[in-house]
Design a protein around this ligand. Sequence first.
Ligand SMILES: NC(=O)C1=CN([C@@H]2O[C@H](COP(=O)(O)OP(=O)(O)OC[C@H]3O[C@@H](n4cnc5c(N)ncnc54)[C@H](OP(=O)(O)O)[C@@H]3O)[C@@H](O)[C@H]2O)C=CC1
Ligand SMILES: Cc1cn([C@H]2C[C@H](O)[C@@H](COP(=O)(O)OP(=O)(O)O[C@H]3O[C@@H](C)C(=O)[C@@H](O)[C@H]3O)O2)c(=O)[nH]c1=O
Length: 282
Amino acid sequence: MKYLIFGKNGQLGEEFQKALSNKNMKFLALSHKECDISDLKKLREIFESYKPDVVINCAAYNYVDKAETDFWDSYKTNALGVRNLSYLSKIYNCYFITYSTDYVFDGTKEEGLYTEGDTPNPLNEYGKSKLTGEKWVFEEDLNKYLILRTSWVYGEGKQNFIYKVLQWVERNSYLKIAYDEISVPTSTRTIVEVTLKAIKQELSGLYHLTNSGYASRYEWAKKILELKGIKKFIYPVSKDIFDLPAKRPKFSAMDNGKISSELGIEILRWDEELEALLKYKN
Ligand SMILES: NC(=O)C1=CN([C@@H]2O[C@H](COP(=O)(O)OP(=O)(O)OC[C@H]3O[C@@H](n4cnc5c(N)ncnc54)[C@H](OP(=O)(O)O)[C@@H]3O)[C@@H](O)[C@H]2O)C=CC1
Ligand SMILES: Cc1cn([C@H]2C[C@H](O)[C@@H](COP(=O)(O)OP(=O)(O)O[C@H]3O[C@@H](C)C(=O)[C@@H](O)[C@H]3O)O2)c(=O)[nH]c1=O
């Protein structure tokens, strides 16, 4: 089996390379510079020469606030790029895997966590671009594909909340963190482990893939500081005080029950996973 990975230098792309190397699996990973997924011609050359069995798309435009004004950039990667990859996966008969987000939901659901059956209604341009990407994958009607919606992803790298919290610690005498923004912190380690199991069992369709449980940004930040042994006061505030360009859902936690039961696994709670990953990194 040959794997083709896009978004090589991102958090998830890096984790996949680590995992596939450890398992001695054959793969080709490409960075944004090496291949822009909005470039169909270039993509076709790569598919033609490498002939992958599995295509994993870790490339994405993830700048939620910037996307409000640069919405063409987010659309180009998150919608058109995903369409290009699913189109070529169909032609070359590949198993196509791509990732989406909890921000496809508006956060107004009150009775429990979001399931795959709930209707999306994104509040911001980033969420709209990701939802368009999802729709185009469905339209391609592939034999085997996975759209894996995840949330609040962290791994090695800077494009995550943990990195931001640690920067705020350096720069401020105390932190102000939102108590009214709730979802599921999810590690790239969990995403990669579960994705590889899903590929092995040839699952196909839309699934929510997060760690278990849920937390506010405030609870998450408190846990990060506790595990890092950092003493800093955290003042809980409403997200509205930040007046950010993009609206974010207040409760977008997703239920991972469908993927866990189909794979027969239990996915670690967000706080247990964070503890396992941060404990030895102080
Ligand atoms: N980070 C998060 O909190 C969440 C992420 N997700 C989804 O999970 C997936 C993985 O995210 P994550 O690893 O955090 O993302 P990162 O932002 O860490 O990495 C994304 C990578 O994609 C590359 N990239 C951007 N545009 C293009 C393009 N047009 N062609 C090729 N490569 C491109 C970027 O390169 P460069 O930097 O050089 O542009 C970057 O290396 C994405 O689908 C994301 O939307 C879902 C929920 C939450
Ligand atoms: C500046 C600041 C922000 N915040 C909060 C409010 C704000 O909504 C939030 C912004 O953090 P981030 O920029 O990490 O959040 P954001 O980039 O919106 O994170 C999202 O990224 C995309 C890619 C996803 O798909 C989502 O699942 C989610 O992970 O942090 C504080 O609590 N304190 C602060 O001092």
